[in-house]
Design a protein around this ligand. Structure first.
Ligand SMILES: NC(=O)C1=CN([C@@H]2O[C@H](COP(=O)(O)OP(=O)(O)OC[C@H]3O[C@@H](n4cnc5c(N)ncnc54)[C@H](OP(=O)(O)O)[C@@H]3O)[C@@H](O)[C@H]2O)C=CC1
Ligand SMILES: O=C(O)[C@@H]1CCC=N1
Length: 284
């Protein structure tokens, strides 16, 4: 895991601009706003989205691809995976031998992307998660080829969003399940913790902030600690105390571990399914 790029280079080197985003919804929009907050020049950015909804002050938003001969040096592909076959034919001519294509599409493999965008200089799969909006996200990365300069640029962009990890493509769907989907699982846990507190007498206004701060504090401590989360849990649970009684419920038949195994496996399988579906579209 890394949270620093190799040097103090600008967020987007001149030769990697213009930077276009094709789709700027929940995820691509969060990435763009984090980059803008960290020095990306809005003038280097062009957003293409059908709604034309503004993204940020100074960022040009258009509803269809420009017809003035311009092309991007870097393009962030941020549409839903199922849309790829529909949008790719119009977009492909803009992806040239000079373009770095960054795709955040869950479950769409490099080979499939290469099929739709054969000329791209490099294709990077990036799997961010929602806290990138705060610069506290996780970004899994893999690529088919990159020059050293492009790699530096990708790592700089990724480290601005949080921590990043290069993974093999055969690990990508697992990284997506753990980190891409992970915030949703943690939000569900926070909600369940708060609701359980309410059932035992706290009001919603009391329970939710307590549950959120407990998870935030525990995660910060786990990050800094020189012992594992499993050991930290045992530190909270003194023998004969109330934490142990609660942990006994989580640990009975490894209930929580089993639940997380099944949860990640279901997300992983859906990523595989989407990958196969996307591959079917190129076989047709
Ligand atoms: N949400 C998450 O936590 C994560 C999502 N992802 C990936 O991010 C991608 C987007 O997901 P998410 O942001 O949640 O989805 P959203 O629905 O929020 O965003 C989809 C975007 O696609 C745009 N769009 C739709 N049709 C077109 C078109 N024809 N041309 C150009 N843009 C178009 C939409 O435009 P408009 O805004 O104008 O409607 C919108 O900006 C997915 O591939 C997903 O796998 C990856 C990691 C985490
Ligand atoms: O659920 C989804 O499709 C995306 C992938 C990772 C997080 N959200």
């Amino acid at each position: 895991m890394s949270d620093t790029a190799s040097d103090s280079a600008p967020l987007l080197p001149k030769d990697q601009a213009p930077f276009w985003a094709f789709g700027a919804g929940n995820m691509a929009g969060s990435m763009i706003s984090c980059w803008l907050n960290n020095g990306l020049n809005p003038k280097d950015m062009l957003v293409i989205r059908p709604s034309g909804k503004p993204v940020a002050e100074g960022v040009k938003v258009v509803t269809s691809l420009p017809e003035d001969g311009s092309t991007p040096a870097t393009l962030l592909l941020g549409v839903k995976p199922q849309m790829l076959p529909q949008i790719a034919p119009a977009l492909a001519p803009y992806i040239t031998e000079k373009t770095t294509l960054i795709s955040i599409l869950a479950g769409v493999e490099l080979e499939t992307l290469r099929h739709f965008f054969p000329k791209a200089k490099s294709i990077v799969r990036a799997m961010p998660n929602l806290p990138v909006a705060l610069g506290k996200g996780v970004v899994a990365l893999c690529t088919d080829k990159l020059t050293d300069e492009q790699r530096k640029c990708i790592e700089k962009l990724a480290s601005t969003l949080g921590i990043f990890e290069w993974v093999n493509e055969n690990q990508f769907d697992t990284a997506t399940a753990l980190a891409g989907c992970g915030p949703a699982f943690v939000y569900r846990f926070i909600d369940a913790l708060a609701q359980a507190g309410q059932k035992l007498g706290l009001t919603a206004d009391q329970a939710l902030p307590m549950a959120i701060a407990t998870v935030e504090g525990a995660a910060s401590m786990a990050k800094q600690a020189d012992i594992t989360p499993a050991e930290l849990a045992d530190k909270v649970a003194s023998p004969g105390g109330s934490t142990r009684k609660g942990m006994d419920v989580l640990d009975k038949d490894e209930a929580l571990y089993q639940l997380m195994d099944a949860t990640l496996e279901a997300s992983f399988k859906q990523n595989r399914y989407m990958a196969e579906k996307a591959k079917e579209t190129i076989a047709q």
